[in-house]
Design a protein around this ligand. Structure first.
Ligand code: CA
Length: 230
């Protein structure tokens, strides 16, 4: 078994069921949906590891939806494999230019599909070389360093993960439960209060440079990372 979540966006029930069956048997956690709208909801709620995207959907083209996902900093790292009955070279180019990470033409074998999924997951996220900045605060994901100018800010591993998550998801409010799910991996034995403890530590580490104000408390909801005034 793996913890890998595969979102299947396919309106044809027979194909969707076949994908659910084969992916489930291969040990994947499968999230099946039949429209672009359902796909958006599922992505926001479950943040899948990979998306299998049918080209022709009832409400939006898979190509357009892929473009939207790749434009959004929150979802652009999720690999997308386009599924299509189209075979033309132009379509292949359009699919890849639209941001799809790979492309598979129907009909395909389960074996081929599983190999493609493994391949895009192996590539890993693009974030390895990512450098995130906010108001002069710099996070270098490749070296796991956080700095301001020449000065390094030393963070514990959880504070680093929190900051990394926040810097990649700015101006958005997360509840403690959501942060637990994203940063602690939904470990059920961790109490929500734990989040507050690590937020305090993160703020403390950032205080010297005045960056603690970036980590904002949203009363009754949770936390937000923003360079705008709270
Ligand atoms: Ca379709």
């Amino acid at each position: 078994m793996t913890d890998t979540r595969v979102l299947v966006v396919e309106d044809e029930v027979a194909i969707r069921d076949m994908l659910v069956f084969n992916l489930g048997r291969a040990g994947y956690e499968v999230l099946p949906v039949g429209s672009g709208q359902e796909a958006r909801v599922s992505i926001a709620d479950h943040y899948p590891d990979v998306v299998l995207m049918d080209w022709m959907l009832p409400d939006v083209s898979g190509l357009e939806l892929t473009r939207q996902l790749k434009r959004n900093p929150e979802t652009r790292e999720i690999p997308v494999i386009m599924l299509t009955a189209r075979v033309g070279e132009d379509d292949r180019v359009a699919g890849l230019e639209g941001g799809a990470d790979d492309y598979i033409t129907k009909p395909f074998s389960s074996r081929e599909l599983l190999a493609r999924i493994k391949a895009v997951l192996r590539r890993g996220p693009l974030v390895e070389e990512e450098i995130l900045t906010a108001e002069g605060l710099k996070l270098d994901a490749a070296s796991h360093r956080v700095s301001v100018g020449e000065s390094e800010i030393v963070l514990g591993p959880t504070e680093y993960r929190l900051l990394y998550f926040f810097m990649r998801h700015r101006d958005r409010v997360y509840s403690r439960a959501q942060l637990l799910d994203r940063i602690w991996g939904g470990a059920v034995y961790v109490e929500e209060r734990t989040v507050d403890v690590h937020i305090r530590r993160l703020r403390k580490a950032l205080t010297r440079y005045g960056y603690d104000k970036l980590v904002q408390t949203v009363r009754g909801v949770g936390y937000r990372f923003s360079s705008r005034e709270a």
